[in-house]
Design a binder for this molecule. Structure first.
Ligand code: IPE
Ligand code: IPE
Ligand code: MG
Length: 244
């Protein structure tokens, strides 16, 4: 897919700048082992650690992980509570590693809906890693793309109502800049695990031209070699962006 002729540049362009992952299949992973769903989420946390490590090794700039969707609020309270606790613990335990590895944390979604203790861990990790300039790790939490688009539209409408911008100013660039992902380039590669062929309200606007790779593996089984295989597949694709 690379059109670079300069020696040594080939490999670099074959690495996606931004990888987004729909981490699916934790529950099925646990079910298959006769374990409660929570064990699947716990095992999935190790795959998160490995994905971060692999992205660092490959020189990926942005990794966005879909960790909790707007619709996931409809799950049983018990599962939601254990997911929030797991997230809290994950952030607290991984903060030293993120600092050491120069990882900068971001979060997108309606974060105000998360429990207070969870929000504190997130804000603390974002604050403490803000000067890091290695991998950008973006957690999508209480995230729904339709909600994001609605929020952006409302913010733009307020600006129009206040006369700060006029309707003619609204174009794709202005719209993008009002999304939660305003400072983040669009994903080059979208991965979904567990074999499901759907988007489930994830980054609808941003994945317009992303390459999609679906892995049959459940998220806790999706490790270093699997992520590298997905990136290799990406490198074999020919992105056309509507041109010939
Ligand atoms: C993905 O695994 C994690 C979250 C959505 C929080 P699931 O919990 O959806 O697992 P399955 O899809 O039921 O196997
Ligand atoms: C998508 O997985 C959301 C996350 C991975 C956080 P779901 O398991 O919620 O999606 P559906 O219900 O299978 O579409
Ligand atoms: Mg699922």
């Amino acid at each position: 897919m690379s059109h670079n002729t300069a020696a040594g540049m080939e490999r670099e362009n074959d690495i996606p700048r931004h990888i987004a992952i729909i981490m699916d299949g934790n529950g099925r992973w646990a079910n298959a082992r006769g374990l409660p769903r929570g064990e699947g989420h716990r095992a999935g946390a190790e795959s998160v650690r490995e994905a971060v490590e692999t992205c660092r090794q490959l020189g990926v700039d942005y990794l966005t992980l879909y960790a909790f969707s707007s619709e996931n609020w409809n799950r049983p309270k018990k599962e939601i509570d254990s997911l929030m606790k797991l997230l809290e613990r994950f952030l607290r335990e991984k903060l030293p590693e993120m600092l050491k590895q120069n990882v900068r944390l971001h979060a997108i979604g309606r974060l105000g809906m998360l429990p207070e203790s969870c929000r504190q861990e997130i804000n603390q990790a974002i604050e403490k890693t803000r000067n890091n300039n290695g991998l950008n790790l973006i957690l999508a939490l209480s995230y729904g793309s339709r909600e994001e688009i609605v929020d952006a539209t409302r913010n733009i409408a307020v600006k129009v109502a206040h006369g700060e911008i006029s309707p003619e100013d609204i174009d794709t660039t202005l719209f993008s800049s009002h999304l939660y992902t305003s400072n983040i380039p669009d994903p080059d590669l979208l991965i979904r695990t567990s074999g499901e062929l759907r988007i489930s309200n994830f980054l609808l606007w941003q994945i317009s031209y992303s390459e999609i790779v679906i892995s049959p593996k459940n998220w806790p089984d999706f490790r270093n070699a699997d992520l590298r295989a997905a990136v290799d597949e990406y490198a074999r694709r020919h992105r056309r962006f509507g041109t010939v």
